[in-house]
Design a protein around this ligand. Sequence first.
Ligand code: GLY
Length: 563
Amino acid sequence: MKILSHLLIAFLLFSSCQNSNNQHSAQTNEFEHGAVVAAHPLASDVGVQILKEGGNAIDAAIAVQFALAVVYPNAGNIGGGGFMLYRSHDGNVDALDFREKAPEKSDKDMYLDADGNAITDLSLYGQLAAGVPGTVAGMVAAHEKYGSMDWKALVAPAIKLAKEGFQITSMQAAEFNKHQELFSKLNVDGAAIIRSEAWKEGDVFQQPELASTLERVANEGRDGFYKGETADHIVKEMQRGNGIMSKADLENYQAVWRKPVEGMYRGHRVISMPPPSSGGAALIALLQSVELYPLTDWGFQSDSAVRVIVEAERRVYADRATHMGDPDFHRVPMKELMDNDRNKARMKAINFAKATPSSEVLASKFAGYESEETTHYCIVDKEGNAVSLTTTLNGAYGAGVWVKGAGFLLNNEMDDFSVKPGVPNLYGLVGGKANAIAPNKRMLSSMTPTIVEKEGKLFMVVGTPGGSTIITSVFQTITNVIDYGMNAQESVSASRFHHQWLPDQIDVEDAAIKADTRKSLEQAGYKFHERGNIGRVENIIVLPNGKLQTGADPRGDDVARGY
Ligand code: GLY
């Protein structure tokens, strides 16, 4: 009887949190053989087409990456970079770093004026904001190691979309219109996206220059981007503005295979991205920090759950700011950052009656954050191979510069470095020496492509855009599934909140955290900052019957497709 009444209470608590806190629709889809969840319906279609033609998850991921460069120019890219996490059907895991890097002529003070003040516009807009792009090298490396289909067949759908054009969605029309002034200012010689009349839903967007660049990539592989005509266009674009990227920078760019990071959460193995992304280590530290607390009993976005999560986030982001950077340039204390005992022990000091001010939380000492535009997609193929891939230009439309003659956007990833200690970047993140600019160094990222196993089997494939909020959105999606029993769609639709140490505030989506809970938290010293959407999470859950349950974030045009 007692057990039954506990179950009833748990059920009522869970149903009420589901009804009151999920701001978006939660219709979930299930597919038998393969699934792709991406930020644009046409990109998801391309991925499923490749899977149906017999391609594996890596083949589909390559085709989706190129398709997104055409149909989702705010973040899909060939002029940016990203991270791919892969798990084969038999459990082998691998991580591909195709993050941009600083050009050889870069310098730690390159965004400071004569008085040493940061000029952050320079790291955000125009040619000087761009890091050396990694996407094409990354896709070639992925294909060489794990691809099964002909390379040209994987680039072909993107070429067709660029050449023939595609009908834009209403969300895209609004986005394109919003950025016209900036595009006209930064692209004096024009670009396909710039036009005098307003864009509207259903207009066809054609990109002939991009189609030619993609044809070179299809025919010549990495040389089609890093050498020859495309490289010439990039270097000329640098000269048109104040850019410093050289032909040597392009030729020398290499994608790097890295060992994924992993940790356990309530019996699940969580596998994620190592540095130069802070995402994996920070995600694992967050999960370790909250694991001793009864989140399920407390309930979704309950007073106690929010306190514990925010206090964990505050501490983990303080460590991120101090200790994390490109591991090829700076020793990142990974073991210490993901030390289960340390992360649990320091949570013992939290005071449930009172917020800990961020000024009192210092990074641990060890011996020896737009538009937050990035995009994520998840793929599982018929054999159970899985890809979780986050790719970015950094801010929406990156540096705002289309490479004249080559038709693609340059990233503004240089802003992900700490341009000066303590000066916040686009996402309000601060950093120091570990993430200072140096030639050929990769800028610290928050991208967190993640795969979760349960009982040794593939369980979840998850990730999101959102700058500094990426880590906390992936964290909340995992707890939504594991602690709150949500399905894939509910887990991404549910409202979200975020804390990143500095600024000392809880960013909340409109529907996040009920009014009475907020009031009680405010009385304890927590400050709230209302903002728009946080992230656009995609999620695939493998059900016990082997079906693929999908969650596509309703905050955007995101769509799950499968067969
Ligand atoms: N550009 C966003 C990130 O890498 O975290």
